[in-house]
Ligand binder design. Structure first.
Ligand SMILES: [Zn+2]
Length: 447
């Protein structure tokens, strides 16, 4: 081809010689021109020519075509330490047969498109795209390290067909991490090497025995508290099940009239309007057992209005005793749970921490599953954890004294006033804000 190719590549250390078009590929023949000046290993040995090797690099697509660059690389060997090296081409990636800008391009697109689609676009195999992605995520993790939470939460989400563990910062309402599985082996391995794990004082969780075992083993100094919403949900579920059971016994016409029944039953009694209350009482006249269950549910909820652990302990025991034999079966699960998790439930009265983000959680799960089509869990995880706006919304700037501040104390004359200790401002990352993520997911930001 007779066209001028001087500017085709615009890569430092690489001169294009010719450009050919083969189907949908630009094939560029190019030559390196730089000569290494010193041995990178021992720095002293002299370098000698050591033959050549043909290498093919991929570059960013151009005019809708993928780009291959063939380079006859010159090899050198160090006389002193025998290390061999190639002629330096700064704009080539050091790890893969690709230009640096192509790696940048892949990093940008691997979070937005499937690995298969990116692989097709840049004429590489899917495995390489995955490796670039893995490196990218590792780099993000080291440059955006999140502060280990003082109050840590463990929740679960069902994402693309499996339960995943979500590790949160309960104080900041941020996601600290997302783990692919919630199996004991995986979580144990994760928490055992958690940086600054001694900083975790409390762990809020639902009543899943694996979480408790893992925390006891890997974070033995941390105290466990059951998230009150999980227990409250259990009490509400009892009422829901009973309501559905009684509803079935009614003729169709009567079922239709009972429209608000669910909402009314789950509401706290003190929040009901007089009309709502009247509706519910009519309902209880028809099904006295439901009325009794409702009173027991209300008694249970009221425990969480108490202020101190001592009263709560008494109230919980009294509550257990109040459940009549005809309701034992309905309340069996919650009775078992409040027995097996008694200590962790009562711990709430020492430190009433709870996941304030429960509201955002459903939206986040739905949103993640919507964007999840075609993506792997790792991609969803990376997109959630390192979303710029969500990270920024939860950032905190702290002012800290400079360690080893030599401006203090040295060479100070008695007449001089004491210099102020210098401080530095440091941004602390807590992970992405869940409220921001929920909003972005709802707005379709990730689709
Ligand atoms: Zn050397």
């Amino acid at each position: 081809m007779g066209c001028d190719v001087t500017d085709f590549l615009q890569l430092r250390g690489l001169k294009p010689i010719s450009v050919k078009v083969e189907d949908d590929i630009y094939v560029v023949e190019a030559a390196g021109g730089w000569v290494p000046t010193a041995c990178p290993e021992c720095k002293v040995g002299r370098l000698y020519g050591h033959g050549t090797q043909l290498q093919t690099f991929r570059d960013t697509p151009s005019h809708g075509k993928t780009v291959r660059i063939n380079v006859q690389r010159r090899r050198y060997q160090c006389q002193a330490c025998r290390k061999t090296l190639f002629d330096p081409i700064p704009d080539l990636d050091s790890k893969r047969l690709a230009t640096r800008r192509l790696i940048q391009h892949i990093r940008k697109y691997c979070l937005r498109e499937t690995f298969a689609s990116v692989a097709r676009q840049v004429d590489m195999d899917e495995k390489t795209i995955r490796h670039v992605f893995d490196d990218y995520v590792a780099e993000l993790a080291s440059t955006s390290r999140f502060q280990t939470p003082r109050y840590l939460g463990i929740d679960e989400l069902k994402i693309i067909g499996a339960y995943r563990a979500m590790i949160t910062n309960v104080e900041r309402n941020t996601i600290f991490d997302l783990r692919e599985s919630r199996s004991k082996a995986d979580l144990l391995a994760y928490f055992q090497v958690l940086p600054d794990k001694d900083k975790v004082e409390w762990v809020a969780m639902d009543m899943y025995h694996v979480y408790r075992q893992v925390v006891r083993q890997a974070l033995p100094h941390a105290r466990i508290v059951v998230d009150r919403f999980h227990i409250e949900r259990m009490a509400n579920n009892v009422l829901e099940k009973m309501r559905k059971r009684f509803r079935k016994t009614l003729p169709e016409r009567q079922r239709l009239r009972l429209k608000d029944e669910r909402r009314l039953l789950l509401k706290r009694q003190q929040d009901l309007t007089p009309e709502g209350m009247a509706k519910m009482l009519a309902w209880f006249r028809q099904f006295p057992l439901l009325g009794e269950a409702h009173a027991i549910k209300e008694g249970f909820m009221a425990i969480w209005d108490l202020r101190d652990r001592c009263s709560a302990e008494v109230a919980l025991d009294t509550w257990h005793g109040n459940i009549g034999s005809e309701l034992q079966a309905d309340f069996k699960d919650i009775l078992t749970a409040t027995t097996n998790w008694r200590e962790e439930i009562l711990a709430y009265f020492e430190n009433p921490i709870t996941n304030g983000y429960t509201e955002s959680l459903n939206g986040i799960t739905k949103g993640m599953n919507r964007m999840g089509r075609g993506y792997s869990f790792e991609v969803i995880r990376a997109r959630m954890l390192y979303e710029g706006k969500a990270l920024k919304d939860a950032i905190m700037v702290v002012e800290e004294p400079v360690k080893d501040d030599h401006s203090i104390g040295f060479f100070r004359r008695a007449t001089e006033s004491l210099p102020r200790q210098r401080t530095v401002r440091r941004a602390v990352l807590y992970g992405p804000s869940m409220a921001t993520l929920a909003k972005l997911l709802e707005e379709g930001h990730f689709e």
